[in-house]
Design a protein around this ligand. Structure first.
Ligand code: CMP
Length: 140
């Protein structure tokens, strides 16, 4: 497996509790490198477009409200097998199902306020990175 990039969001529940450094420490301890990062307040349009795949799900409007409720950190992570590795260290979407030692087990508050997002495939990582970053902002 060659070096790969994935997209990450540290969500409003984590910025509110000032634990973005603790989450970044876990990311770096896994071997992933943070090669781009910025703190933003997502607009409603950005959140709706980003989560458009969930538009028909009952939690969609709550999810958009939550993701625009406070600052988020958008990131590009780089490393061997980055997409799968980040999903492993994040843990299951629902923190009650997340494995010990994962970010969500340790920090998530609920299935919605679950502290982090990570791309679920290489193709989605490429598309999600392009939502928030231009090439010159990503420095390996
Ligand atoms: P994320 O990985 O960002 O992708 C979609 C998000 O929807 C998910 O994390 C959760 O934060 C949120 N969500 C809220 N309710 C649910 C649910 N019932 N099932 C899946 N995702 C949910």
């Amino acid at each position: 497996m060659s070096i790969q990039r994935t997209f990450s969001i540290i969500k409003p529940d984590a910025t509110r509790r000032n634990i973005t450094g603790a989450i970044n420490a876990k990311i770096e301890a896994s071997g992933l490198r943070i090669v781009a990062q910025k703190r933003i307040l997502m607009s409603e349009k950005q959140a709706k477009d980003f989560y458009a795949i969930h538009a028909e799900r009952p939690f969609y409007s709550d999810l958009v409200s939550f993701m625009t409720s406070g600052p988020v950190i958008v990131q590009v992570l780089e490393g061997e097998n980055a997409v799968l590795l980040y999903r492993e260290i994040m843990g299951a979407t629902n923190p009650s199902e997340a494995a010990e030692g994962t970010i969500r087990k340790e920090y998530a508050e609920s299935i919605e306020a679950n502290s982090v997002h990570g791309s679920d495939s290489y193709e989605n990582a490429v598309a999600e990175i392009a939502h928030f970053f231009i090439d010159s902002e990503i420095v390996s």
